[in-house]
Ligand binder design. Structure first.
Ligand code: ADP
Length: 332
């Protein structure tokens, strides 16, 4: 058997560890692996490279993906899909591992429907794939955010000024506040603003005025840091310091947790294919690796709002000037 492996969509730290696990597990099972560069675009262009254990020897700790990834509008068309199918057949690739996000999984599901054996591995910092508890890259992205907020807090808590100091940090998450909620809890940020929960800026601003410092974490999908900073300036006349973390969250050395996750999922993906499995992705359910159906179009993952509310409650606990009425619909 010949297995193809590609990384697709946005890159995420830990993708290399997943490729490595696929290659090493396949070698262990006596199966050949063909790397496909530049995701679906490279598949259409025939960018194939055989991969053996020596090729993946030193990649477990490297961020990004050495196979490169890209977005491929051509692959989305019926003609593109057909072309991809025949490319795989010509190359003798009977089974394909797709490491990517929900868009890549939609493409993978369509290839599976054409009769190619396909398995997905969730690689995205956003943790936005329905079904799995976590995705490769999320832990690394959260680590970057938490480290940044720890640093900002060092200066926030040390330098005492006549005026309150306000720091607004923007993190990724266009539709989902997963990175913000998780990082807000882990960093003890004073305020966390996510797209899923409306924020009462008026109450937040009155608390800001009464605090020596405030660190505010905002997901990009909740308006972004610049808009929040502008609003604060307009309401209380304080100029917040803005940090937009952007691509810093995407790069860097994957955390041990992401490396281990990627390895577990990569191993399971190969075994799934070798037992005839197809049309699913490997995810984590209650801590265990499981084969999960590719999400149906339009199905979105829910952020764990329990974590978000815990972050909010604990942030307010040590600060009498805080009030949890800052957000609408506060659960008890
Ligand atoms: P991610 O996988 O990170 O969510 P994208 O949404 O950009 O990233 O998807 C990556 C690639 O997957 C797209 O460039 C396209 O080639 C393919 N893709 C996305 N959606 C579909 C779809 N509905 N049908 C076929 N291919 C798709």
């Amino acid at each position: 058997m010949r297995i193809g492996v590609l990384t697709s969509g946005g890159d995420a730290p830990g993708m290399n560890a997943a490729i490595r696990a696929v290659v090493l597990q396949a070698a262990r099972r006596g199966v050949e692996v063909i790397g496909i560069r530049r995701g679906y675009e490279g598949l259409l262009a025939g960018e194939f490279c055989p991969l053996g254990p020596a090729d993946v020897r030193d990649i477990i700790g490297k961020g990004g993906t050495f196979l490169k990834c890209t977005r491929s509008p051509r692959f989305r068309t019926e003609a593109g899909l057909e072309e991809a199918h025949s490319r795989l057949q010509k190359e003798g690739i009977e089974a394909l591992v797709v490491i990517g996000g929900d868009g890549s999984f939609r493409g993978a599901a369509r290839l599976a429907a054409l009769g190619i054996q396909v398995v997905g591995i969730p690689g995205t910092i956003d943790n936005d794939i329905p079904g799995t508890e976590t995705t490769i890259g999320f832990d690394t992205a959260v680590s970057v955010v938490v480290e940044t907020i720890d640093r900002i807090k060092d200066t926030a808590t040390s330098l005492v000024t006549a005026e309150p100091r306000v720091f607004v940090v923007e993190v990724m998450g266009r539709d989902l506040g997963a990175i913000a909620a998780y990082s807000g809890l882990a960093s003890g940020a004073d305020w966390t603003i996510i797209p899923e929960v409306p924020c009462d800026l008026g109450t937040m601003c009155s608390s800001i005025e009464r605090s020596q410092y405030s660190v505010i974490l905002v997901a990009e999908g909740a308006g972004g840091a610049l808009a929040v900073a502008q609003e604060i300036k307009a309401r209380v006349g304080i100029e917040p310091r803005v940090s937009i973390l952007g691509h810093l969250q995407r790069g860097g050395v994957p955390t041990p947790a992401d490396r281990v996750l990627a390895t577990r999922l990569g191993v399971a993906a190969v075994d799934f294919l070798l037992t005839g499995g197809s049309g699913k992705y490997m995810g984590i359910v209650r801590g265990e690796v499981q084969a999960i159906d590719f999400p149906a179009e339009g199905v979105k993952k829910d952020t764990d709002l329990g974590l978000y509310w815990l972050a909010m409650h604990f942030a307010s606990a040590g600060r009498p000037e805080h009030t949890l009425t800052y957000c609408l619909n506060v659960p008890a």
